[in-house]
Design a protein around this ligand. Structure first.
Ligand SMILES: Nc1ncnc2c1ncn2[C@@H]1O[C@H](COP(=O)(O)OS(=O)(=O)O)[C@@H](OP(=O)(O)O)[C@H]1O
Length: 479
């Protein structure tokens, strides 16, 4: 019937003198074309990324507005800057990679030899330049592009995240109070801001946490004297190397841009804030109120301004990329952005309701019954985590767990999956549930081992001093 119709139409079009061979070929082309068309209409995975085995069976159309004909990006390098919400972003990358069976470039310990500039040998299982082995790289490092390029495929998508340097300084001071000598010596952040030069010695290890920390993480000289020309050169280097720079203060808008840049489904960028510090409120519940900072972190407006000046290179970077960020939002469309942010937030609320106890409120580590998901603690304040809703079915529980599993534990899990037969190296600090809540009270201990000098860094990282005095973190703790 269809064939008869088709031949009649062909006759009308003047195709009388076709031989049987040509006719057969034409029929074949038409059938193939119709097949493609039906495939496009009915196979959504062509137009939308395949939804990872995700939390709950929700209809496809709840995965956010369609993304067009893009393909999900699977080669990703995220520069995990410090105290910028980067652990929340890392969690999303871990989840997506795990669900899609991607391979992670993981550090031997928990960061890639930080604070030394990145070298490819820090990647576990690295076999040499341009051996395409890894899909995602995202743990803390001091960025150094030529070495990163040895590890990651040429079509890798590079992105990172920035935060207002004043907020970042508060977070960094709270977290690294006992780690950065400049912070340790001052009475409080306000005192430090009033006269940073009194406390800051650029030669002392870990003082990079106290000055232009973003600039440092991007691999630039964070102690350089500020000049506009220098700041613009640094900014240009970041622009050259990174396709997208997110802004922590606009986290949800950032996630929308990221989702579109990576062509990912909505669930992949829905997250719960990880690594938040507890801030004591005056209310009876005694819980988090961002306004109520402890006395040692309180700042006057003048001190805030001084911190901007002290971190002038970071301040420049932040302002420049904040402006670029809003240009991107403009290009994306304000109304469209608002719609997608609303969708993202409502999805987060649904997931919080399903997954988390107490309506999703973060709690202090000691109150988390499952010790395996307690977050690592450091500094002046308590770092909060989450408790899972009891009584979840196994699949939901696993999906929820992924969203709240702290960075250290998640890295260990992926490491074990990728290297199931690897033996821990001699001297390696094995992460136990106890260790993740332990504060290291005696930083910089030194021991002798097999002719080498071993030193424990503030976070338990085992550093080996060999003859060239290079520090190698074998395995230790984060940050
Ligand atoms: N979604 C979202 N939006 C905005 N801010 C967020 C988010 N998730 C985490 N955070 C805040 O980020 C701070 C922790 O940053 P990091 O995870 O990068 O820290 S670390 O360097 O890995 O230790 C930490 O900041 P402070 O609470 O000010 O210390 C977190 O509260």
């Amino acid at each position: 019937m269809l064939f008869r119709l088709f031949t009649r139409r062909m006759r009308r079009l003047g195709c009388y003198r076709m031989g049987p061979m040509w006719k057969a070929l034409l029929v074949f082309v038409v059938i193939a074309f119709a097949g493609q068309l039906l495939g496009i209409l009915f196979n959504k995975s062509w137009v939308q990324p395949e939804r990872p085995r995700s939390l709950f069976s929700i209809p496809e159309n709840n995965q956010g507005p369609p993304l067009g004909s893009c393909r999900p990006q699977k080669h990703i390098m995220f520069l995990k800057t410090h105290k910028t919400a980067s652990s929340t972003v890392l969690n999303m990358l871990y989840r997506f990679g795990e669900e899609q069976g991607l391979r992670f470039a993981l550090p031997l310990g928990y960061q890639f030899g930080y604070p030394l500039p990145f070298i490819a040998q820090r990647v576990k299982g690295y076999r040499g330049p341009h051996v395409a082995m890894f899909d995602i790289m995202a743990n803390h490092m001091r960025f150094y592009k030529p070495e990163v390029e040895k590890v990651m495929p040429a079509d890798t998508f590079y992105f990172s995240i920035l935060r207002d340097p004043v907020a970042l300084a508060e977070s960094s001071y709270a977290y690294y109070k006992n780690v950065a000598p400049a912070f340790r010596r001052s009475k409080g952040l306000g005192d430090f801001a009033d006269n940073p030069n009194k406390y800051y010695d650029p030669r002392l290890r870990n003082n990079h946490y106290a000055r232009n920390l973003l600039w440092f993480d991007f691999g630039l000289d964070h102690n350089a004297n500020y000049s506009l020309a220098l700041a613009k050169r640094g900014e240009a280097a970041v622009r050259r190397n990174f396709k997208l720079i997110l802004i922590s203060e606009y986290f949800d808008q950032s996630m929308v841009l990221l989702r579109h840049a990576l062509c990912w489904p909505l669930d992949a960028v829905v997250s719960f804030s990880l690594n938040a510090r507890q801030q004591i409120s005056k209310s009876r519940s005694g819980w988090v109120g961002k306004a109520a900072a402890p006395a040692s972190l309180q700042l006057t407006e003048e001190q805030r301004q001084k911190l901007r000046e002290w971190n002038a290179l970071d301040w420049h970077l932040y302002q420049a990329f904040n402006s670029t960020f809003w240009d991107e939002v403009e290009r994306f469309g304000r109304a469209r952005m608002d719609t997608e942010v609303t969708l993202l937030r409502s999805r987060r609320e649904v997931l919080a309701h399903v997954c988390l106890r107490d309506g999703g409120r973060p709690v202090e580590a000691s109150r988390i019954r499952d010790r395996a998901i307690r977050p690592f603690q450091s500094g002046l304040v308590k770092i909060l985590g989450y408790e899972l809703q009891p009584g979840l079915d196994n699949a939901t529980r696993q999906a929820c767990l992924r969203m709240i599993r702290p960075e250290i534990q998640y890295k260990d899990l992926l490491d074990l999956r990728q290297f199931p037969h690897a033996q821990p190296r001699p001297g390696a600090a094995v992460v136990t549930n106890e260790l993740v809540v332990k504060k290291d009270s005696s930083p910089h201990r030194t021991e002798q081992h097999a002719g080498e000098s071993l030193e424990r860094d503030w976070d338990g990282t085992l550093l080996v001093h060999n003859q060239s005095q290079e520090h190698v973190d074998i395995k230790g703790k984060l940050r």
